[in-house]
Ligand binder design. Structure first.
Ligand SMILES: C[S@@+](CC[C@H](N)C(=O)[O-])C[C@H]1O[C@@H](n2cnc3c(N)ncnc32)[C@H](O)[C@@H]1O
Ligand code: SF4
Length: 388
């Protein structure tokens, strides 16, 4: 697998760095999503947001030269062409973007136009992550998406026509009402498109979203655990058979096409997050920006910090978190490298829990690596909860 470039300092801590930029705008609200975003009916001051984002970017440490940039949301491609051009101008004017960095942007197929895509390309974007979720129109209606299956395919083709050679497709699994054959049809359709990367997320019922209300009221019935697991392993086999390596619990890619920005999160790299609700992890501290775009703007205009949470993890907490994040990767955690990075041995930190999980067949150890066992892939979160 492609490893992110890890420079090390005198303390052998990684100094691979990333920049995340959150665009808090969506055309409409999908029924399952609780990412921070507003629709134009709710807040229509994009120019003010971009002005304040620029103030925040200019507050980053002088000379900050991230190894990866990820523009996410919300929906970056919900911005108008003029607004997108301003966004990229302010990124380039504030951040030192060196050659060869991975520069990703998220995109919603219902918002793409050739002129937006050429502005993104000129702005340096070299990887696009497109939210497809499913190609099945019935499922897309249930999820409240603004596009149909054909629109998702057209959006993907538009990306190729614009010259993007590194594209991720987001799919969601366990959508209520989809028969196993329909789940596999989605997986076959994605393989036919030949994206470089596929994120295959399990549907999360976020608190207080319309989809969760539907489930709680019995209007929709999620698939049972066995059916979910069968679908997951059938899709995994299909994608692997088509040449996609399974490198993280929810992520598959063609050789050397791992998402370097996400690897940074999973390999304990440090990053700044800009924009409302964005999180940063820098110098051992975690910051969370306020989840309200108007207050975010008000604070930056007064030259105040936009974050309202700050937490410094103890070295032990940081080590546990590094272990759990690393176990999301299929290659698992290199035990010697972990000790060098964190100063803790895994057996000191949580030896008993690890032995128990090994005995249960949920973790596996081979040589100097500890990894999730295949049987635990689908229940990774419950394994991780025993280790933190
Ligand atoms: C910011 S969106 C991607 C770009 C664009 N906003 C869109 O939706 O097309 C990030 C991705 O998170 C995933 N996602 C959001 N909420 C989710 C949930 N409740 N369960 C599973 N996946 C979710 C979707 O796959 C979505 O494509
Ligand atoms: S899934 Fe994407 S488009 Fe839908 S509400 Fe969430 S961020 Fe917006």
């Amino acid at each position: 697998m492609q490893m992110v470039r890890m420079k090390t300092n005198a303390h052998s801590m990684p100094t691979m760095t990333g920049l995340y930029i959150h665009i808090p705008i969506c055309v409409s609200r999908c029924r399952y999503c609780d990412f921070y975003k507003l629709t134009p009916n709710e807040w229509d001051h994009v120019d003010l947001f971009l002005q304040c984002l620029e103030i925040e970017l200019r507050r980053l440490p002088a000379g900050f030269a991230p190894d990866t940039v990820f523009v996410g949301g919300g929906t970056p491609t919900a911005l108008e062409p003029r607004e997108l051009a301003t966004l990229f101008d302010c990124i380039h004017g504030s951040v030192n973007l060196t050659n060869g960095i991975e520069f990703s942007s998220e995109a919603n197929p219902g918002t793409l136009t050739p002129d937006k895509l050429s502005i993104m390309k000129e702005g340096g974007v070299n990887r696009v992550s497109i939210g497809v979720q499913s190609f099945n129109d019935k499922a897309l209606r249930l999820l409240g998406r603004i596009h149909q299956g054909d629109g998702a395919i057209e959006g993907f083709q538009m990306l190729r026509e614009a010259g993007f050679g590194n594209v991720n497709i987001d799919l969601i699994q366990s959508i209520p009402g989809m028969a196993p054959a329909e789940v596999l049809a989605d997986a076959r359709r994605v393989v036919e498109l030949e994206p470089e990367h596929i994120s295959y997320y399990n549907l999360i019922y976020e608190p207080d979203t319309p989809l969760t209300h539907d489930r709680d009221a019995g209007r929709i019935v999620p698939p049972g655990d066995d059916e979910e697991a069968d679908n997951y392993f059938a899709v995994k086999a299909l994608l692997e058979g088509a040449g996609y390596g399974h490198y993280e619990t929810s992520n598959f890619c063609k050789p050397e096409r791992e998402c370097r920005h996400n690897l940074l999160y999973w390999q304990a790299g440090e990053y700044f997050g800009c924009g409302p609700a964005a999180h940063s992890h820098w110098n051992g501290a975690r910051f969370g920006n306020i989840r309200d775009v108007q207050t975010y703007c008000d604070r930056l205009l007064k030259n105040e910090n936009p974050f309202d949470e700050m937490e410094r993890l103890s070295p032990e907490e940081k080590a546990r978190e590094t272990l759990v994040m690393g176990l999301r990767l299929m290659e698992g955690v290199d035990l010697a490298g972990f000790e060098e990075l964190t100063g803790f041995r895994v057996d000191e930190l949580c030896g008993e829990a690890v032995e128990h999980l090994l005995a249960e067949g949920l973790l596996q150890r081979s040589g100097r690596r500890l990894a999730l066992a295949q049987t635990a892939l689908f229940i990774g979160n419950s394994v991780f909860s025993e280790l933190v």
